[in-house]
Design a protein around this ligand. Sequence first.
Ligand code: MN
Length: 197
Amino acid sequence: MGEYMEDKDPLKKYKEKRDFKKTPEPISSEKTTSKNPRFVIQKHAARKLHYDFRLEVGGVLKSWAIPKGPSTDPGQKRLAVHTEDHPIDYINFEGIIPEGNYGAGTVIVWDNGTYQNLKEKVPIEKAVEEGHIDIWLEGKKLKGGYALIKTGRGKRKFWLLLKKKDEMANSDEDILVDRPESAICGCTIEEVDDTKK
Ligand code: MN
C-alpha cells in the first residue's frame, strides 16, 4: 500500500515535508533523458552539517545524507542515510532554506558531474532496490569507483559509502578540507552566509 502510493508520486514525501511558499527549494522535476545520468553532492549546513549525495535514477534524484561527507580514501566507510527522493531540478539548488523550514540552513553544490553504473547486468534502479550500487563518478572533485551498500541495520535507511580501490583513490588528502568550495559559484558556505547578513 505504502509502496503503491510512493510509486504514484515518488516526490510525495519530498513535497509533504516542505512549504513551497516559504522555501526557495524547487518543487518541479524537469523531464530529461540525459545520455549520462548525473549526480550531485550538496554541502548542507543544517542544524548539523552534512553532505547530501544524490543520483539521477528513473526521473528523480535518489538521495542519501552523509554526516561525515564522502572520502577519497578506500579505508574510510562513510555512513549514508537513505532519505526521500528529490526532484531532478534540485541538482542545481544552492541557497538558504529559511529558519523554521525543513532542513533550514545553507546549501551549496559541493560537487556535480555524471556517473556510470559499473554493474553491466543490473540496471541502476534494481541496484538501488537491492541495496548495492557500484558506480564510477566523473565529478569536478570526486572521480573513480564508489560503492553504496545497504547495511542490515534500520530496515532500508542505513547505507555505507565507500571509495573503491583504483587509480583515483587517495588516502593522503582530505578533499572536504582541501576543496570546500561550491562546484557552481566557487564560494564556500561561509561566504554565502556572509552575503545574506
Ligand atoms: Mn540535507
